[in-house]
Write a protein that binds this ligand. Sequence first.
Ligand SMILES: NC(=O)c1ccc[n+]([C@@H]2O[C@H](COP(=O)([O-])OP(=O)(O)OC[C@H]3O[C@@H](n4cnc5c(N)ncnc54)[C@H](OP(=O)(O)O)[C@@H]3O)[C@@H](O)[C@H]2O)c1
Length: 324
Amino acid sequence: MIKVGIIGGAGYTAGELLRLLVNHPKVQISFVQSTSQAGKAVTSIHHDLVGSTNMEFVAEMPKGADVIFLCMGHGKSREFMEKTLVDSTTKVIDLSHDFRLKDKSIASDHRVFIYGLPELNKNAIKGANHIANPGCFATAIQLALLPAADIIQDDVHIHAITGATGAGQNPTATTHFSWRNNNVSHYKAFEHQHLGEIGESMVQAGKGFDHTINFLPIRGDFARGIFATAYFKSDLTAEEVKSKYQKFYKDAAFTHVVDHKVSLKEVVNTNKCVLNIEKIDGKILITSCIDNLLKGASGQAVQNMNLMFGLPEHTGIQLKSIAF
Ligand SMILES: NC(=O)c1ccc[n+]([C@@H]2O[C@H](COP(=O)([O-])OP(=O)(O)OC[C@H]3O[C@@H](n4cnc5c(N)ncnc54)[C@H](OP(=O)(O)O)[C@@H]3O)[C@@H](O)[C@H]2O)c1
């Protein structure tokens, strides 16, 4: 069994990881660390885990884990890696932004973090000891665009709408029910922080890709999921683009190119990404849907753990969508 520890255990991504790991056949959860909730039952925060775990949050990280997941907010993972003596035999999967960009991927103790998008870096992930798990918008958008990195001739335009869990557990003005319910708004137009990692992966996939990616993030009035559309001009037919995507994703465990018009509920509560490709008025339109907490965070983190430990990629993350 793989001995797993979670750091920053009271938040949304940590809760989602626990929901997966309590049912993972090859995992033993060794500890769940939480600064804010130390000494309390894990179920006092993650109520739905009643009957699944009797663990309590601990204040400090015990030694001996085979892998730890870092589930903390921006900047805290780098701080943790600087201040904590992590065993050299303990692998690390970080869910934050801290180590994702190439010039930020090395920790102060020289540990190198590999960008954990299996559809792009599967072999490197298999041999990695440290993973920077991709962002949620970044995952949906990269899966929509990477196979096209060498055929895009002009600017790319993206609109992506996200559920409120994307912003974490701390209630804010724009996650408050009274404001968010029956409401819609955009934010960080053309300057969302995930554009950096998307750009780096597009260059990796498309050798010399240098087009502008115009990204308009939108807040949706639902709890979870990302529905993203991306479009760009192309001389190729929809069938030619589709066959390129099918080839790119032929070994992908969770990313599927489908013929129907996709909608969010077919992926919510799963680790899947579904992609639909159309050509309309000279433009290729790609629609991409994921669950932000699963393929966009904790599900992808478990997928990376499976690859790092030589397990079949699906282990513990074959999940049922909500569908309706
Ligand atoms: N949410 C997403 O969809 C998503 C997707 C991809 C990546 N990420 C990234 O993953 C990291 C964690 O995101 P998150 O959504 O899990 O953030 P979150 O829900 O805001 O949790 C972040 C931290 O808040 C702390 N916390 C403090 N007081 C708390 C309380 N009363 N209840 C619960 N938690 C409390 C927890 O640490 P302690 O337990 O130590 O107090 C927790 O680790 C971030 O860097 C984020 O950017 C998030």
